[in-house]
Unconditional design. Structure first.
Length: 314
């Protein structure tokens, strides 16, 4: 049972319906997929269309799984009726599933208190501040604690839905559904590899050092090299990095090297060993280790997902 709210995010709802609600040739139908809303009738969508939903909140009373495919009014209090219906469904044993901002509704209902959960990387910090009792994992594509599951943004909802099929009915059915959807049954890595982190403009005193370092990533640069270039002590350089960028010189340098490696993996066919040398990470082994630590995936898996052949295939 999907609980929707105007304006409904269509992709998140359609993703769940694609996994749970379609009858496919030669595939057994294991789920009954229906939709409900607080006020039955026309439900507006974010893209300007509309849905017609017959069922009201009373439909949650019989649902085995309650799925919230995003909650676009996350900055407004949910109605008491919705919160009561969600709490009652969980109390009687229904599995609760939230895609993207759907986690806001479950958290507001108190269902995520003391639990690990995730949401879209863009909202993770805001979510953690608003709901300090929730253990927010900003990297996970999804978190499943059995009776409650949450996913990161948009397409990560498909990952979660396929995971639930795998948990309910085995890997074979999940793989066959994924094959029909022309997507992998399991994506590697977390959502850190998709996040775009804002970088504040540094002051002139540090900007020249950053520009120089970015042009010399292929060299074996050290923090002392950066400090010498900036004509300051390593200690002063560390303080400036912390004040202006919120990180250390070493971590910034590693981030630049990882970013450069990502660009080369996306845009070239260079072997991993050559890419490692070009970005100053010395060896393919070191690049793989750093990639795994920072992005939760491997260079090869990243290239499969984001390489130019993949992009051009669309």
């Amino acid at each position: 049972m999907a609980l929707v709210q105007p304006p409904q995010a269509e992709f998140e709802l359609a993703s769940a319906a694609e996994v749970f609600g379609l009858d496919r040739p030669n595939l057994p139908s294991r789920y009954g997929f229906t939709v409900c809303t607080e006020r039955p009738g026309i439900v507006a969508t974010k893209t300007g269309g509309a849905l017609w939903v017959d069922a009201g909140l009373e439909a949650l009373e019989a649902a085995d799984t309650v799925l919230v495919p995003a909650w676009t009014q996350k900055d407004l209090p949910a109605s008491p009726a919705v919160l009561e219906a969600v709490r009652a469904a969980h109390a009687r044993g229904a599995r609760m599933v939230a895609i993207c901002t759907g986690a806001y509704l479950l958290a507001e209902a108190g269902l995520l208190e003391g639990r690990r959960a995730t949401t879209h990387w863009r909202y993770a910090a805001e979510f953690a501040e608003r709901f300090p009792g929730v253990d927010v994992d900003p990297d996970a594509l999804y978190v499943d604690s059995g009776d409650i599951a949450t996913s990161a943004g948009t397409a990560a909802g498909i990952d979660l839905c396929l995971h639930l099929v795998r948990s309910d009915h085995g890997a074979a059915l999940a793989s066959r559904i994924a094959r029909h959807m022309v997507m992998p049954p399991h994506r590697e890595g977390g959502q850190r590899q998709y996040a775009v982190e804002p970088v504040d403009e540094p002051s002139e005193s540090l900007g020249a050092v950053l520009e120089w370092a970015a042009e010399h990533l292929h060299e074996a640069l050290s923090v002392e090299d950066l400090a010498e270039r900036g004509r300051v002590s390593a200690r002063t350089l560390a303080r400036r990095f912390d004040d202006q960028l919120g990180t250390s010189p070493g971590q910034w340098l590693l981030s630049q090297r990882i970013s450069a490696a990502q660009a080369l993996l996306e845009d070239t066919d260079l072997p991993v060993e050559s890419i490692a040398a070009r970005v100053g990470l010395s060896s393919a082994l070191n690049l793989r280790r750093r990639f795994r630590d920072r992005l939760g995936t491997t260079p090869a898996a990243y290239r499969r997902a984001f390489g130019r052949d993949v992009v051009g295939a669309g």
